[in-house]
Write a protein that binds this ligand. Structure first.
Ligand SMILES: [Zn+2]
Length: 484
């Protein structure tokens, strides 16, 4: 199953190489690097508003009014990655531009170019500079956003910098990139209102856009191929902490998890819409960093336990290394498979999901974290030792995630369409209501004031319980966005 680059990717590569011959490149900058807490949670506000929508349709949006329409009017077949530094303290954040990099292929959405979900604490917008038309937008979350909820930020009042990047189709003409962040005050739909935090004008024809040619140093591993990446959801399962001598283990592990993913009810009906890729990128050392044990390893994308000094928060802050490695594969969604038997993980919306290869809970972590990173799902549990509390879900603001709600007065329950008539709201947390969609108090790390839609769910319970109907509907929504 291992093979070199697929023909379509090779063609894109050749095109990129030819174009690169005529272009210069920009020197990369050194990057600071993060540190400490958490689990896989994210941030605040979500999709609520107006008339409820069918569960499989995108929710109404707070995204900018814009007409994008035809992909080919605005974009080439390639992608543009904009590398940034995201820095600040617990209550403020800012961005700095580092560099722009062309990638050989945009494998993502080509029909739905504007975000319609409203998921994410952040969002970026791309405007055609000449006309001001918004031609692409996407919601996302950040590791920085999670760090803001840590004692280091809140109590010690430290300030930090994180590597970040956004990726979108390569524009044909100059564009303006705008980043917005949700505030802790409700907007018209109850979710945190967006405020602009950064803007940058970019000329895609500039020699300052890096055009580093990709090579084929890493063999591509085909785990499941259903068609042209331009028309599929492309999921990359990137290994970290596998040495060259452990590549057979990586292939075995990646195949095992690809089978788990495709066998899950959320993806099983969509085999024909999904590609799953691997990349044989060996690390010098085996396993991730484990700072509390004094173990530091040299790995491809620098995964580490004890992120934010939390025991089981397994992440990477090396976005540059991650994106440069992943750019060898067309990917929409990124999984990082870490060669370890320790329990841990993390998942950040539209960034990555990270999980351990050999833990007894690995199948659970694998899908739970993907719920965060792919479908914008919140943690539904509330009794954990995590210390996010109000920092994640400020009172009076509706979470942006589709599967938890503050049930603010005067607003419809966002999963109302899935609630059967006569269901008591709030819903008693008892056996009689174990299989109904309702509103169960206790969610998003809070025992009071936040509600989850189902008594148990993959986002609630550490076990192989299925995603609840509301979470499953969010998967469905995102899958449709990529493939319609
Ligand atoms: Zn759920």
């Amino acid at each position: 199953m291992t093979r070199r680059l697929a023909p379509w990717f090779l063609a894109a590569l050749v095109a990129a190489l030819l174009a690169a011959a005529a272009a210069a490149q920009v020197a990369p900058a050194a990057a600071p690097d993060p540190g400490p807490p958490g689990d896989g949670g994210e941030a605040q506000a979500p999709p609520t508003p107006g008339p409820p929508v069918p569960p499989t349709l995108p929710a109404p949006t707070t995204a900018p009014v814009a007409e994008s329409s035809n992909y080919d009017n605005w974009f080439t077949d390639e992608a543009l990655r904009v590398e940034l530094y995201h820095w600040g303290g617990a209550r403020d954040d800012q961005y700095l531009f580092d560099r722009a990099v062309r990638e050989p292929l945009w494998p993502g959405m080509r029909k739905v170019l504007l975000d319609v979900t409203g998921y994410g604490k952040y969002r970026f917008r791309v405007q055609d500079l000449a006309s001001g038309t918004t031609i692409f937008s996407q919601g996302f979350c950040t590791l920085f956003g999670e760090w803001q909820a840590t004692p280091e930020a809140l109590e010690l009042k430290q300030r930090r910098t994180f590597e970040e990047s956004v990726r979108f189709p390569f524009p044909k003409a100059p564009v303006r990139l705008i980043l917005d962040r949700r505030q802790d005050v409700p907007g018209p739909d109850g979710r945190g209102s967006f405020q602009e935090v950064f803007r940058l004008d970019l000329d895609p024809a500039s020699h300052l856009v890096a055009r580093d040619p990709l090579d084929d140093r890493y063999p591509l591993l085909t785990l499941h191929e259903s068609g042209d990446p331009r028309e599929r959801i492309d999921i990359l399962i990137l290994g970290d902490g596998y040495t060259a001598g452990e590549m057979e283990k990586y292939r075995r592990d990646a195949r095992r998890f690809a089978a788990v993913l495709l066998g899950d009810a959320a993806f099983a009906p969509h085999h024909g819409l999904v590609n799953v890729w691997g990349l044989e990128a060996p690390s010098r050392d085996s396993g991730p960093d484990e700072p509390r044990k004094g173990l530091f390893r040299d790995t491809v994308v620098g995964t580490t336990f004890n992120t934010f000094d939390s025991e089981r928060y397994l992440t990477t802050a090396h976005d540059r290394a991650l994106r440069e490695t992943a750019a060898h594969v067309p990917y929409d969604a990124l999984y990082i498979l870490v060669n370890t038997s320790r329990y841990g993980g993390g998942g950040i919306y539209n960034q990555w999901a990270i999980f351990p290869s050999d833990n007894e809970y690995d199948n659970y972590v694998f899908l739970h974290e993907f719920g965060h990173s792919f479908a914008g799902l919140a943690d539904e549990y509330y009794d954990s030792g995590t210390s996010f509390d109000d920092a994640f879900y400020p009172a009076g603001v509706e979470p942006w995630e589709p599967n938890i709600s503050a049930m603010l007065p005067g607003r419809p329950l966002k999963w109302e369409k899935l609630v059967a008539a006569g269901t008591p709201i709030p819903t008693p947390d008892d056996e009689a209501h174990a299989a109904v969609v309702g509103a169960f108090e206790g969610a998003g790390y809070k025992a009071k004031g936040l509600y989850r839609p189902y008594r148990d769910c993959r986002m609630f319970h550490k076990g192989l319980v299925p995603f609840c109907p509301v979470c499953a509907a969010s998967f469905e929504t995102v899958i449709r966005l990529y493939t319609e």
